[in-house]
Design a protein around this ligand. Sequence first.
Ligand SMILES: C[C@H](O)[C@H](O)[C@@H](O)C(=O)CO
Ligand SMILES: [Mn+2]
Length: 423
Amino acid sequence: MAIKARPVEAAFEAAKERYEELGVDVDRALERLAKIPISLHCWQGDDVVGFENTGESIGGGLAVTGNYPGRARNPDELRSDLNKALELIPGSHRLNLHASYAETNGQRIERNAILPEHFRGWIDWARDKKMGMDFNPTFFAHPKAADGRTLSHPDEQIRGFWIEHGIACRHIGASIGEALGTPCITNVWIPDGSKDTPVDRRWPRERLARSLDTIFAESIDPRFHRDAVECKLFGLGSEAYVVGSHEFYLGYALSRKKILCLDAGHFHPTEVISDKLSAVLTYLDEVLLHVSRGVRWDSDHVVTLGEELVAIAQEIVRGHYLDRVHIGLDFFDASINRVAAWVIGTRNMLRALLIALVEPIRRLQEYEALDNFTARLALLEELKTLPFGAVWDHYCLSQNVPVGLDWLAEVRSYERDVLSKRS
Ligand SMILES: C[C@H](O)[C@H](O)[C@@H](O)C(=O)CO
Ligand SMILES: [Mn+2]
């Protein structure tokens, strides 16, 4: 039986009173939450396989584990799964698509020859849903990336191929942005690195910088398109050295005025991106997030409502960065229902943002300004058990999406009627 609206609203009114006692405007917090788009990554729905049908393994130091039935095998199935997930997530969001999800009518189109027309189906789908889109060149799962090197490759022809792919993707990103009326962020992540200690750390980085400069040489109207670059500490097979490290891309983004992408799984396990946000935003205009959950390594587990997720959201809200931080997700778990994975991860991102939005920030800041660290700690701890869940339930109700765990029943019936029929 579905959760009833009356008790949800009664709990909300009581919760609102508790927050108002602390000076929090709950209605305004909810209005702000409704305006935050999360970019949902298409690759959770099919284990990062894409639709090129080349039989290439994922490579690039990435790994997907699990064999839960129901993986989307073609664009229509993936869009259908995304539709289901989006029905269960409050608010208006975006789609983050990889180039390997091109629709080429069975024709083999090389990655350096892909065109906006190969993404028409996605653009039309997003336009119908009034959604924006983001985009990514795919520098992995390809014979020319088989040795784990692309834009930094010493072979000029291989490097040239990937440069052409990057350029093609910027054109696709620009047409997506123009068609949908909201800038498309095209994010460059490459796997390049070395398993064992390299002798030459310098020249691959010099080559990568030159390749990126060539890719970005054409200026594109920022109303349609924005460039981002994603750093990483290590991957499977690139344990000793990653060409596009954090320092490399921080310098690149700063000197070339690009958006820096911080992936929560791309740092040493004791490092957190929540602490990096205000550091890099002191100098950079904008940041793209790949919110993920690494368990011991960059394992891309589904995002849970843990301390770091809340800290990321708090940093965005407390720092007034909502218009400078673009929030995308990056996880892929094939061991559970894939639609549920999207719903759990995205609802958690939104819940973390709501927790941050209903904080009595002014009061906390006053305590801090007065060096009243006792009251700051006491209030921060008290906030953890305030009736936030009642506010979230009301938000779901007001956005016409299932309250509480009611969404799971809908995923289960979709699994029974649709996913289980896929071989
Ligand atoms: C599939 C994504 O582009 C990929 O996960 C990338 O963003 C990444 O994080 C690689 O580790
Ligand atoms: Mn990422």
